[in-house]
Design a protein around this ligand. Structure first.
Ligand code: KG4
Ligand code: ZN
Length: 359
């Protein structure tokens, strides 16, 4: 089954053709990063206008790169939410129009579920993904721990109470004067830094909690930067690198500890990283290290033995970690497979900026 996926939840206009949820025939992404660089973040109105300009050429390009026409496509998938309303509306409208014009099923997809399914793109027959799995979704807008017992079954067990991890990376990058988007720049700069120089706080949110909070960590970085400014007038390259490395270490430690504690409690076979921050090398390495050494830190900061050794997965291809439409087409396939009768007739869908993960 070949699905054309469309994604416009934030600042990437994307379209892709994916077969049976795993084989990527094309994955086209028109990034607006340069446009938002000037403002240091996404201005919704500016993003929406750009989606209007890009959506048709991006869909055409995705079909062309796949060597297909709309006749070859079996269904249209689109991100319904969460995201910026004015951005989502462009994708939903385009997908609805295509579905109506071609009389092909329209499959609405949750963006976070999409990130989770990025790990299925390129799945190999000799290395199938096994359930149950514990997924850490870490992106600019979202930060969740999701338990998956089977396909498209999502149990939300924890989420951020304030900033998402990616948002924290972006804000700290801005505090350090590193530009937008902050995640990739922080991880690059951090490679030359001393991660032990600053002992930034790690919010564990109580003994049994799987929720996250990054605002205290962000404020702690802001405070040391203000002190350094007052003392030195400028931030040296060394100070910036040490700050970035210490921040990255604190953020990744909280994320990986909670992921492994949840993996242990739910006795999962696999742990997955998903979303833009899953591109982070330190996070990937830290989770793998802990699995190898079979430990995690509990809420009291105590080293605890891990009984099971889950398999770690993340999208090797960075383009699948950040926003893309291939992940949307993949998710749609597994939804369709589970309940094809839901999608027999095209039906109207509404963009939902606050959509929750469900299952
Ligand atoms: O999933 P995504 O593309 O968009 C949302 O759904 O939000 O994630 C974007 C986020 C940004 O905050 C960006 O700074 C972060 O992912 N990011 C990273 C890295 N690459 C992207 N954060 C840390 N390390 C990276 N290498
Ligand atoms: Zn995303």
């Amino acid at each position: 089954m070949k699905i054309l996926g469309i994604e416009t939840s934030c600042d990437e206009t994307a379209a892709a053709v994916v077969e049976n949820g795993t084989v990527v025939h094309s994955n086209v992404i028109a990034s607006q990063v340069d446009l938002h660089h000037k403002t240091g973040g996404v201005v919704p109105e500016v993003a929406a206008r750009e989606h209007v300009l890009k959506i048709t050429p991006v869909i055409e390009e995705a079909l062309q790169q796949a060597g297909m026409t709309l006749d070859d496509i079996d269904a249209i998938a689109v991100t319904q939410g969460p995201g910026l309303l004015s951005s989502l509306v462009i994708g939903v409208t385009a997908a609805s129009a295509l579905s109506m014009a071609t009389n092909k099923p329209l499959i609405p997809v949750n963006h976070i579920a999409g990130h989770i399914y990025a790990n299925w793109l390129g799945e190999k027959a000799d290395d199938p993904i096994e359930f149950p799995a514990m997924v850490l979704t870490v992106s600019g807008g979202h930060n969740e721990l999701v338990y998956m017992k089977s396909h498209v079954s999502f149990k939300l067990i924890g989420e951020t109470l304030d900033d998402a991890a990616g948002e924290a990376f972006d804000k700290v990058a801005r505090i350090l004067g590193l530009g937008y988007p902050g995640g990739p720049i922080i991880s690059r700069v951090a490679m030359n830094g001393n991660k032990k120089r600053f002992d930034f706080p790690q919010a564990h949110m109580g003994k049994a909690s799987y929720d996250f909070s990054f605002s205290g960590l962000k404020t702690a970085v802001l405070n040391v930067v203000k002190e350094e400014h007052a003392r030195e007038g400028v931030l040296s390259e060394e100070f910036i690198a040490d700050c970035a490395a210490s921040f990255e270490e604190a953020a990744c430690r909280v994320l990986s500890n909670k992921l492994l504690r949840a993996a242990e409690e739910y006795k999962v076979k696999e742990v997955h990283l998903a979303g833009g921050v899953s591109a982070n090398r330190r996070l990937r390495a830290m989770v793998q290290e802990k699995i190898e050494q079979s430990y995690y830190y509990n809420a009291l900061g105590k080293k605890v033995k891990l009984h099971l050794k889950p398999k770690l997965r993340f999208a090797e291809n960075i383009a699948f970690c950040t926003d893309n439409a291939a992940m949307i087409a993949s998710t749609a396939f597994f939804h369709y497979k589970k309940a094809p009768h839901h999608y027999v007739k095209p039906f109207p869908i509404l963009a939902d900026p606050n959509m929750r993960i469900y299952g």
